[in-house]
Design a protein around this ligand. Sequence first.
Ligand code: ZN
Length: 271
Amino acid sequence: MKLTVLGRYGPFPAPGGACSSYLVEAPAVPGKDREHDAKVRLVFDLGAGALSRLLMFCPLTEVDAILLSHLHSDHISDMFVLRYALEQLHKRGVQVPTPLTVIAPSSPEYEFRSLASSGTFNMVRAEDGMKLRFGALSITLHEMFHPVPTFGFDILENDAVTAYAYGEEKPKKRLFYTGDTGMFPGLYSLVKGASVLLADTNLLSHEKTTEFAAHLTAKEAGSLAKRAGVGRLICTHIWGGSPVEENLLLEAKTNFPAAMLAEEGRQYIIE
Ligand SMILES: [Zn+2]
């Protein structure tokens, strides 16, 4: 599968940047991944500035579904502009997917209802343990630790599922996206063995003033990646600007030297 970082900032974008959003592409049929084979395309979160970025990589006619980790504005604000886009394109005869499937937590209810109100989105209520299948991708939702209901996504490409079942040590082609989360005891076992951990890394250690913080510190993200034995750690949902970004990376590297900051517009092949 291929991950494209559309936006990496939270709770607001750095100049010229965008808030949390990620495009994940995989074969529509498991095992077929030649350049011209059909693809499934999923968007995870669509924060401020992310719609413009999405259009650089994927026309709206090709989006199969949107999965929202939670309903905070820095993860959903461009959903309302996307709604305009779909409505206006539809009126002009463009074959856009309407209603477009959107999987999201049902709380805060006023945000969920607002997204559901026009009928442009087919809103599906996310639940802990929910399993979804899109083309070659199997996705399991896990509740995270954040002030509002938030889900992390365990995303696995199907041919890797088969290899795992036949005794490979751990599945390949597995991306775990945390959404927003603070540290909680069960997180390690959920993330264990992922090929790529795309982790909320919003805080520096000295900014964590309570054990119930709403985000991971960079140090925690690095230690989680190390303990869980993930292949790669991509730090995201970062506070923009210098020297914060450099310090976030330095902290993450203390426990996981190969840690990297998500780069907007960069594509990561997960295999
Ligand atoms: Zn949040």
